[in-house]
Write a protein that binds this ligand. Structure first.
Ligand code: IPM
Ligand code: MN
Length: 419
């Protein structure tokens, strides 16, 4: 008889592990050994990020964390708190208050600084559920570096001096009748800029086309196939939408096998609920994609099961779509499923053939794990096992957010048993 061979672990990877705050640290504590077991080639490097770093040090992403991220192949983040400006100032350590520090969401900083332009958010049900939900099987790729998240300004009462980022904004918006009314009342006026570039949208559209092709290769029987839906608001945000359309149309010529459609984001939101089966890959600008992806999470069982990847050409960071749930933090009942599914996504990204090879975006996502290109890598195989085990545990031993009573540790134990 042949001796049993241990499958190869795969190449050595450096993975930054960012517990963050709220329920993040307890999710990581419960999951660390399991992740190490599933992915023996991963060296996990812990790094601090989030609200506690802001409160104590005035900086939610300390320099050591940037250094670790820069030295890693990928990152895995559990949860971070992002609070509005007023709370951010109030919770800052006394000696740091009033020193001009401003809070910027650490995850937004990481996405921007590391140029993780494609926020991949699969809307794929992992378990049997009702029929409408079963029909959902698509991926949202949200533009992650520009759009409505780019600049959000409070305008001073008068035009700001030359050199200030607000300079000239009054000239731009001051003629607007709504703004004039607000000024008469001495009210505050804030302005958000939707930065939209051809460069940004061409790379996003390419990522989407590759994703659509990879999804088809993995599952040619899928009803809606190789279609990219651009969910935007071209009838209202006319100029930026025109840039988007031009960029996407140029990329569409490179991918004749992929159908591109342009749709209004509000209608897409409705169809996601009434007819989710009509989508394959949806792309949207930052804020629209943020909102659509939470609807997507709702279709596959809630935020407790929604995983995501922030993917760039050089680095990728995986995280659950959920937040830090401060209301249940410290009670040992947080659901680690989305975090574990994000770890699986990370493994597929790294273990897939197209991971961060400068081609643009991973085609090594889940879709390729089961089809296409010859022998799956060790990471791909381990990722598929982990994902299946997570869904087994979701059915047998759900945490309270999914209607069960399991603790975080019990859930993870169940996943390990199911592996
Ligand atoms: C998400 C979150 C973040 C976002 C917040 C925490 C800044 O909602 O990842 O979807 O808006 O992008
Ligand atoms: Mn969100």
């Amino acid at each position: 008889m042949e001796p049993q061979q241990t499958p190869p672990a795969g190449p050595h990877r450096r993975i930054a592990l960012l517990p963050g705050d709220g329920i993040g640290p307890e999710i990581v504590d419960a999951s660390r050994a399991l992740i190490a077991e599933c992915f023996p080639s991963w060296e996990l490097l812990d790094a601090d990020i989030g609200w506690s770093q802001w409160c104590t040090r005035g900086n939610p992403v300390p320099q050591e964390t940037w250094d670790i991220l820069d030295s890693c192949d990928a990152g895995l983040m559990a949860a971070i708190t992002s609070k509005p400006a007023r709370e951010a100032e109030a919770e800052l350590a006394k000696h740091l208050r009033g020193t001009g520090l401003t809070y910027r969401s650490p995850i937004l900083q990481v996405r921007q600084r590391m140029d993780l332009y494609a926020n991949v958010r699969p809307v794929t049900p992992g378990q049997a559920s009702d029929t409408a939900r079963n029909a959902a099987d698509f991926t949202i790729i949200r533009e992650n570096t520009e759009g409505l998240y780019s600049h959000d300004y409070l305008l001073p009462p008068h035009d700001a001096p030359t050199g200030s980022p607000h300079h000239g904004l009054w000239a731009e918006v001051g003629g607007d009748s709504t703004v004039v009314r607000a000024v008469d009342k001495q009210g505050d006026v804030a302005v958000s800029l939707r930065v939209t570039t051809t460069f940004g949208w061409q790379r996003l559209a390419r990522a989407a086309a590759r994703m659509a092709i990879a999804r088809h290769a993995a599952n040619p029987e899928r009803a809606t196939t190789m279609m990219v839906t651009v969910a935007d608001k071209p009838n209202v945000l006319r100029e930026s939408a025109r840039v988007i359309r031009g960029a996407v149309e140029a990329v569409a010529e490179e991918f004749p096998q992929v159908t591109f459609e342009f749709a209004n984001a509000d209608v897409v939101a409705m169809h996601m609920v009434t007819d989710p089966g009509r989508f394959d890959v949806i792309i949207a600008e930052n804020l629209i994609g943020d909102i659509l992806s939470d609807i997507g999470a709702g279709l596959i069982g809630g935020l407790g099961l929604a995983a995501s990847g922030n993917i760039g050409d050089e680095f990728a960071l995986f995280e659950p779509v959920h937040g830090s749930a401060p209301d249940i933090a410290g009670r040992g009942i947080a659901n680690p499923a989305a975090f574990l599914l994000s770890a699986a996504m990370c493994a597929e990204h790294l273990g897939g053939s197209g991971a961060t090879d400068g081609q643009g975006i991973s085609d090594g996502q889940r879709e390729l794990g089961s089809g296409g290109r010859g022998e799956p890598s060790a990471e791909m195989t381990a990722a598929a096992r982990l994902r299946a085990a997570v869904y087994t545990a979701v059915s047998s031993t759900p945490t309270p957010d999914l209607g069960g009573s399991a603790t975080t540790a019990e859930f993870v134990a169940e996943v390990r048993k199911a592996l």
